[in-house]
Design a protein around this ligand. Structure first.
Ligand code: AMP
Length: 469
């Protein structure tokens, strides 16, 4: 299958060639023609599958056919009024932006990623402007962006509602609504905001919903907001991530975990890595420690201002940062093809977050390695992830970094199949030659203070707390 066969407009095809894309991914193959035909879509596809292009290419195609998203009458009048006010030396009155397309995303990072992808896919169109409307961004800057009456808004729900309520956005001309990672938005408690936003858009709109799962609450919402949708299931959240090698390393204590982390990050096959921690404080502390140890590391978490988060991600994209130490807030928004390693310094609280975390590597058809550093009390959490992904995660032991307790003692039985050390499914032991910077065979030290003594800071509360991340 080629992009030409999908019937896309020449300007979009040119941008795809320029991006080096040679063929559509499966989700694009199915979603693009249906979306061009005007169908509503419910899509369940894995992270990194090319879903952004699956909804953005048909939208850009539509705008290109319509003559690069000509301004609406209201938008044209607003611009003319603003121009004549300026020529009279007056400050133009603010007119509400009237976007034609809205993409809602759960996180700021994902919104920026979608906006960047849109700029790329629309780079040969004469006039299509996409802007991000995000929490954490200064209001005056956003007002300037909205004053340009962009065709495409990519937004997180909370900040968008603020602008809607203050009359800065009018959705009466909206043609396409996309809910990206809808399950995650609902998880984060955005249901009321989403309902409010959807209610402000015309019933005639085309709606495309992307989610890891289409069951439960997401399914109910999807039914309410779509009309006769085409359902596309590429792979559920239990997808195999076949290009990502997964491993568990058992650790005895914090010191053992830190030494192992340093060892993994010195792997010469590592290009760039993301290390996931449970708390913002740990992300900062570990990034500082890694910097002192000579790694080009940086932290990324929800306490940082948007500007700092963007700068960090840019440095990661440019390769200046090699190790990003992040909380789950960053799990879905990072798309850097050079990420070869993902390390779960702490396991995620929810198995679905494991899938999203490891999806930061192995992007755009490359291979990746996902390593979880697990203490012996966390065997159940690993099992929960395995049950969710329907895959066993092999346990690996690196010479010189052997845990004091054997993995089999930590995970005595495992159904179905049961993992055993030496099992054929076990990963080949990692690079076993001990490195000079570590102490081969060093005796594990006493348990670290925050280990095995109850939850770590920020780990309390069964429900995810977004502000914690
Ligand atoms: P997404 O799932 O939208 O986050 O995309 C994951 C990655 O795949 C991004 O780096 C895209 O640039 C890349 N990508 C998307 N579609 C294609 C394609 N047809 N061929 C090659 N790479 C693609």
């Amino acid at each position: 299958m080629t992009f030409e066969a999908l019937g896309l407009h020449a300007s979009v095809l040119k941008a795809l060639t320029e991006s080096g894309y040679t063929a559509p991914t499966s989700v694009q193959e199915q979603a693009v023609p249906a979306a061009i035909a005007g169908r509503d879509l419910l899509v369940s596809s894995q992270t990194g599958s090319g879903k952004t292009a699956a909804f953005m290419l048909p939208a850009l195609h539509k705008f290109a056919l319509a003559g690069d998203a000509p301004l609406t009458d209201a938008g044209r009048t607003a611009n003319q009024e603003a121009q004549s006010a300026r020529s009279r030396g007056e400050r133009p009155r603010f007119k509400a932006a009237q976007p034609k397309m809205l993409v809602l995303t759960p996180t700021r990072e994902l919104a920026l990623q979608v906006t960047t992808a849109t700029d790329k896919y629309g780079s040969f169109m004469r006039r299509v402007k996409a802007v991000s409307i995000l929490g954490g961004m200064p209001y005056p800057k956003q007002m300037q962006l909205l004053a340009k009456n962009p065709e495409i808004l990519v937004a997180t729900p909370g900040r968008l509602i603020d602008h809607m309520e203050s009359g800065k956005i009018d959705f009466s001309q909206l043609e396409i609504l996309v809910l990206d990672e809808a399950d995650r938005m609902l998880d984060m408690g955005f249901i009321d905001d989403i309902e409010k936003i959807v209610a402000a858009t015309p019933a005639s709109r085309q709606t495309m919903l992307f989610s890891a799962t289409l069951d439960g609450v997401v399914g109910n919402m999807a039914q309410r907001i779509t009309k006769d949708p085409m359902v596309i299931q590429i792979a559920g959240s239990t997808n195999k991530h076949e290009n990502i090698q997964q491993r568990v390393h058992f650790v005895d204590d914090l010191s053992h975990k830190n030494r192992l982390l340093d060892h993994i990050l010195r792997d010469e096959t590592m290009d760039q890595a993301v290390v996931f921690t449970a708390t913002k404080r740990d992300a900062d502390t570990i990034a500082d420690r890694l910097n002192i140890a000579g790694f080009a590391a940086a932290a990324l978490h929800g306490d940082m201002h948007q500007g700092a988060r963007n700068r960090t991600l840019d440095s990661m994209r440019r390769g200046q940062v090699r190790v990003l130490v992040a909380t789950d807030v960053a799990a879905r928004g990072i798309d850097v093809p050079a990420i070869t390693h993902v390390v779960n310094y702490d396991l995620p609280k929810f198995p679905e977050d494991y899938v999203h975390r490891i999806g930061r590597t192995g992007r755009a058809g490359r291979n990746g390695l996902a390593i979880s550093l697990v203490n012996h009390a966390e065997g159940m959490n690993v099992k929960r992830i395995e049950r969710f992904t329907k895959q066993l995660i092999p346990v690996d032991v690196i010479e010189g970094f052997e845990p004091k307790r054997t993995a089999s003692a930590a995970r005595p039985s495992h159904k179905p199949g049961g993992w055993k050390p030496g099992d054929a499914r076990s990963a080949a032991p990692g690079k076993s030659a001990p490195r000079t910077f570590s102490k081969p065979g060093a005796a594990p030290r006493r348990e670290g203070s925050s280990f095995n003594k109850g939850p770590r800071t920020g780990d309390t509360g069964a429900r995810r707390s977004f502000s914690d991340r």
